[in-house]
Design a protein around this ligand. Structure first.
Ligand SMILES: N[C@@H](CCC(=O)N[C@@H](CS)C(=O)NCC(=O)O)C(=O)O
Length: 260
């Protein structure tokens, strides 16, 4: 338990990548200060990042300040929180697996962003619209289906009798849990489940038509998302003022022309 509440730094006005960290903090009921909600949040964030005495300066937000350290990169922040608050398996294999899943989600999130900013994050959408239309087509037709198929596959794998003590030679003892009980890392709920939930919500917001078409191919992912949304603390958070809706300044943007 930290002496001071954690401090989350992120841009104001959007869920953004900060949301992946918020979901973990909220689900584990960890107390935190969300500096994205401060007055002049963006100026404060930039001032903080430029401080000359940072041992481990972050390249970009989100970053988390703890009693001891400053941690950047969404996946690293979640790796840190997951181990401490029961949002990741305890064994190394399990922890690395959840980290691997998180980085794959981060790849998907980066691609979702690059659909509306295919040339540069430094240009406006309207100045790269032609390229965005091309990128969107490939994202809708190839990339979203490929990522969804991957997570469907992960959710389909049978569970070992004892998580964390795999006996490869003992296949006869494998048991398939009912799908409704399965999380990405098996029986243990993890921050990767929270992140997949948020990413799926973002894809539905940005690409409603595409996602409706892909629904029959992504039943397990959808089922997982519904179970995450029903977790009491997540449910409470989503209906609280702490939570921001998606909008066209964020990573997941709804531009009808990009949804095909
Ligand atoms: N891989 C990093 C990406 C961080 C990132 O791209 N942050 C965005 C906001 S969501 C940003 O401010 N980027 C500034 C930049 O790339 O110059 C993570 O997952 O945390």
């Amino acid at each position: 338990v930290p002496k001071q509440p954690y401090e989350l730094y992120y841009w104001s006005g959007i869920p953004g990548r900060g949301e992946f960290v918020r979901l973990a903090l909220e689900d584990a009921a960890i107390s935190y200060i969300d500096h994205a909600r401060d007055k002049d949040a963006d100026e404060k964030l930039m001032r903080f990042m430029r401080k000359p005495d940072l041992d481990h300066p972050p390249f970009a937000p989100p970053f988390l300040r703890t009693d001891q350290s400053l941690i950047g990169q969404t996946a690293t922040i979640l790796f840190y929180l997951g181990a401490r608050y029961g949002l990741a398996p305890k064994d190394e294999e399990g922890r690395l697996w959840v980290h691997q899943l998180q980085l794959t989600i981060a790849d998907l999130v980066a691609e979702a962003h690059d659909v509306h900013h295919p040339i540069s994050a430094g240009l406006y959408y309207k100045d790269q619209k032609e390229e965005a239309l091309k990128r969107a087509k490939a994202f809708r037709e190839e990339r979203i289906p490929k990522f969804l198929a991957y997570f469907e596959r992960v959710l389909e794998e049978p569970l070992e009798p004892e998580e964390g003590h795999k006996k490869r030679s003992d296949k006869g003892k494998r048991r398939v849990l009912p799908k409704k009980n399965r999380w990405l890392a098996g029986q243990a709920f993890s921050y990767a489940d929270l992140s997949l939930f948020h990413t799926l919500a973002g894809l539905h917001y940005a690409f409603p038509t595409t996602m409706a078409k892909l629904a029959p191919q992504s039943l397990r992912v959808k089922n997982l998302s519904m179970r995450v949304a029903a977790r009491p603390r997540i449910k409470a958070y989503l209906s609280s003022a702490r939570h921001l809706a998606f909008n066209e300044d964020g990573i997941f943007r709804h531009y009808a022309e990009l949804d095909g």
